[in-house]
Design a protein around this ligand. Structure first.
Ligand SMILES: [Zn+2]
Length: 132
């Protein structure tokens, strides 16, 4: 990144260079990286994951189209604005942002990228014989 954005090769890229150096400084140090990850998690929560979700329509993973890439993703057309594939989430969202629903399952709140509709998705862990 530094090579392609270095000022010698690119007229006024000093801001970009500073950004890259800052990013490297944060990521190379485990402690500052942990702080950065934590701030990312908080910003995701501010976007609405883990809000209470009372009164939202409830869906299951079966209502979504599952796409298996390097990470599983679930995709759905919005039931309100009908915008194609505007509601989606990843397996890591389920793991990191899901909350227990009190009925042996989990739930996550996701938002339509087009009309901002919120829905609740319920799901269950794969390994149900696991007593934990
Ligand atoms: Zn929508």
């Amino acid at each position: 990144m530094l090579l392609t954005h270095h000022p010698d090769k690119n007229g006024n890229a000093s801001t970009t260079v500073n950004t890259i150096q800052e990013a490297y400084r944060v990521l190379v140090d485990p402690e500052s990286r942990e702080k950065y990850d934590e701030s990312l998690r908080r910003s995701i929560q501010r976007q609405g994951f883990n809000i209470s979700g009372d009164g939202l329509d409830i869906y299951s993973l079966d209502d979504f189209e599952m796409v298996e890439e390097e990470e599983c993703r679930w995709i759905k057309d919005c039931p309100r604005c009908q915008f194609p594939k505007s509601i989606k989430f990843k397996e890591s969202d389920l793991i990191e942002n899901g909350t227990e629903d009190g009925e042996n399952g989990y739930e996550i709140i996701v938002q339509c990228e087009s009309c901002s509709l919120w829905i609740k998705v319920k799901y269950y862990e794969d390994n149900e014989e696991d007593d934990e």
